[in-house]
Design a protein around this ligand. Structure first.
Ligand code: ASP
Length: 327
């Protein structure tokens, strides 16, 4: 029998009997979650917490590998090309829905090159400023921005990142252009914000909260439609109530595998993810950082995919209106 046919028949038998999933993950074999942003940032921190919560249901703690750069396209492409065996996964955020419009050329297709494993959480963002900025409220920031037109530096984590999307929407709403300073992730961007090298950054609360509490950055506004309950955000207005009507952006994160990963392996990972999302320690940590763990139908693969497709449409119009593209 030709070798290829033999392998195909074997693969079909494995899928049919579910034998593959029974042995998944094989003992001694690591599952790697690729994070397309640097260590110490919000996406990376979430991946580590999720990996810990996955330990019990999967029987192993996935290893985190950071493959940062170019607004998460480098790490995402790496997973699209990886062997579809369940041992390489991707954790990425809303960037999955902005990249298809932002980049004229992408080395992968978001709808076609991935298996969808479920949404993990939703996270509000905060507009934060360097500690030496003289403005102490959003109102004062507005006046400062008006006085410093053309001189303001805004950091972000690369085209397609959450901070880029938020910054794009902010400049568009103010009808102004700031000098944008791209980083590989918001971990290095917030370090530069604290150091005063950049003026402003829009980032997930999971990254800003500790810095706000330590008074290392100034919190000006949140991007949700309602103010946040947490004591760290007491008195911090929403951008919508501060004159930027309809400004609303919440960052979601999801888990993916390369297209073609066996169905029973995907089921094992999705079942494990659903258990991990109920892990009390994981939920408590996420809540303490202002994030909301997903409990809705988006934790089902088909709904996750539908949701991402709707988000591609939604953010596509925003990006096209702002005329922001990368080649
Ligand atoms: N918060 C980053 C972003 O703006 C990603 C990261 O560094 O984790 O997309």
């Amino acid at each position: 029998m030709p070798k290829l046919l033999k392998l195909t028949l074997l693969a079909a038998a494995v899928v049919a009997t579910g034998a593959y999933a029974e042995n998944f993950p094989a003992s001694g074999k690591n599952i790697t979650i690729i994070v397309p942003f640097p260590a110490g940032g919000p996406t990376d921190n979430l991946a580590h917490d999720l990996a810990n919560a996955l330990r019990k249901p999967l029987g192993t703690t996935p290893v985190i590998e950071n493959a940062a750069g170019t607004g998460s396209t480098i790490g995402t492409a790496k997973v699209a090309r990886a062997a579809p065996d369940g041992y390489t996964l991707l954790l990425n955020h809303i960037g999955m829905s902005t990249m298809p419009t932002l980049y004229r050329k992408l080395a992968f297709s978001v709808p076609n090159d991935f298996e969808y494993l479920g949404i993990i959480n939703d996270v509000p963002m905060t507009l934060v400023g360097r500690p030496s900025l003289e403005a102490n409220s959003y109102k004062e920031l507005s006046a400062w921005l008006a006085q410093n037109k053309g001189k303001v530096n805004l950091g972000h984590a690369g085209l397609g990142s959450a901070s880029h999307l938020c910054g794009l929407m902010y400049q568009s709403a103010l009808q102004t252009n700031m000098t944008v300073v791209p980083y590989k992730g918001t971990a290095p961007a917030i370090t530069d914000l604290i150091g005063g090298q950049i003026d402003l950054l829009c980032d997930q609360t999971t990254n800003t909260m500790a810095q706000i509490e330590a008074k290392k950055v100034k919190a000006y506004a949140v991007t949700t439609s309602q103010r946040l309950n947490s004591p760290s955000f007491k008195g911090v207005p929403t951008l919508a109530e501060s004159g930027l009507k309809n400004f609303q952006v919440t960052i979601w994160h999801g888990l993916y595998a390369p297209k073609g990963t066996p169905v029973d392996v995907l089921k094992k990972i999705n079942d494990s993810l659903k258990i991990a999302l109920k892990d009390p320690e994981f939920v408590k940590k996420q809540e303490s950082l202002g994030a909301v763990v997903a409990t809705d139908k988006r934790t089902d693969p088909a709904e996750h995919k539908k949701f991402v497709q709707a988000e591609i449409q939604k953010w596509g119009s925003v990006i096209k209106a702002a005329g922001a593209y990368a080649d």
